[in-house]
Design a protein around this ligand. Structure first.
Ligand code: ADP
Ligand code: MG
Length: 341
């Protein structure tokens, strides 16, 4: 009887990101890929929307609804909301309700014991029978198919919503890592501020992100682009439309991009020479949604003189790697994080 239920149980792998939460179910693939955003009723604190649906509400909510991003800089900022969010996402994957699933969850490599504990507790309250943790850069490296068990150094740059994590991996471990609290969300924020300062115009958080996708870049473009942007005039208080060019947006983005470039330089300086020579041969892998910013790979190539490869489907690397670990926990036992219970 027990083994029958065991057969039915679907263990899951979770990338609990600042911007997006992804869930991989053993034997089924990636079933959840949604923003880590929850809409709550202010009075009752009940969840009214989650994920994509909650993101659509950004900037459009009536006063009785509050939009919460319960993850900040890669770690849990609002414990109760994360628990509800996880429970709801896990409910969506329709795993067998008779057994509690085992969960492998990716977390920032610089996470503290207290922060680890919060992830474990949330997952357990959301139904986990056992929680195993893996460092995000390690998961990303496994996700892109690097041979992490080999005595060869690989460098991974993961640019997420709140943070950029740079790690050198060899022999199933993280040899050195650098983490800065700048990522894709900071890029959207500086675009929002740019419109305030230069055009006296207020744009929404979602528009700022869309402008980053359509006009944002880290190097000059062969053909610069100009697009109309809609917002509200801060002086007249009425809706207005302005033409903005990719040149202006690149200028606005320069600060966070320079900070990321500096962090990459610092981590190269920290890398032991033998591993640095491996990286010189094999290059650096760029993952995370921020890695999709137009020309960021080229900019990093110019700055470091190293080969830079944007991972295939950078937004799912971490969950795919976490899923591979879930599929063969024994093979990957060495890469799991040690933590006190
Ligand atoms: P996290 O792991 O922190 O949840 P993700 O790896 O999911 O983060 O990346 C989310 C970030 O990537 C967001 O800030 C998002 O705006 C940004 N992003 C996604 N696609 C692109 C793109 N095409 N160009 C630039 N930034 C992007
Ligand atoms: Mg991530």
């Amino acid at each position: 009887m027990f083994s029958y239920f065991k057969f039915l149980s679907n263990d899951i792998a979770i990338d609990l990101g600042t911007a997006n939460t992804l869930i991989y179910v053993k034997g089924k693939g990636i079933i959840v890929n949604e923003p880590s955003i929850v809409a709550l009723n202010r009075q009752t604190r009940k969840m009214v929307a989650i994920g994509h649906e909650a993101k659509e509400m950004l900037g459009r909510t009536p006063s009785d609804i509050e939009i919460i991003r319960p993850m900040k800089d890669g770690v849990i900022a609002d414990f109760e909301v994360v628990e509800d969010m996880l429970r709801e996402f896990i409910r969506k994957v329709h795993i067998n309700r008779f057994t509690r699933p085992r969960m492998v969850i990716s977390v920032p490599s610089s996470i503290t014991e207290v922060e680890k504990r919060a992830v474990r507790d949330s997952a357990e309250h959301a139904g986990a029978s056992e929680v195993l943790l893996i460092a995000e850069p390690m998961a990303a490296a496994i996700g892109v198919g690097l041979e992490i068990h080999q005595p060869i150094g690989s460098m991974v740059i993961d640019i997420g919503g709140g943070t950029t994590e740079i790690a050198v991996i060899a022999l199933s471990g993280i040899v050195c890592e650098t983490s800065v609290r700048i990522g894709g969300d900071e890029m959207s924020k500086v675009i929002l501020q740019f419109f305030k300062r230069n055009y006296n115009m207020l744009i929404g958080e979602k528009s700022a992100e869309e402008i980053k996708f359509s006009l944002g870049s880290a190097v000059p473009l062969e053909e610069e682009i100009t697009l109309p942007v809609k917002g509200r005039d801060l002086v007249a208080g009425v809706p207005k439309i302005t033409e903005v060019s990719s040149v202006e947006i690149r200028e606005a983005l320069s600060e966070p991009i320079n900070a990321i470039v500096d962090a990459v330089r610092q981590s190269l300086e920290k890398t032991p020479p033998e591993l640095a020579s491996d990286i010189l041969d094999r290059g650096i892998i760029l993952t995370g949604g921020g890695g999709l910013l137009r020309g960021l790979d080229e900019r990093l190539r110019e700055e470091t003189n190293l080969p830079i490869h944007v991972a295939e489907d950078p937004l799912t690397c971490v969950v795919r790697g976490t899923g591979k670990v879930l599929d063969d926990i024994e093979f990957y036992s060495k890469v799991l994080m040690k933590s006190r219970r």
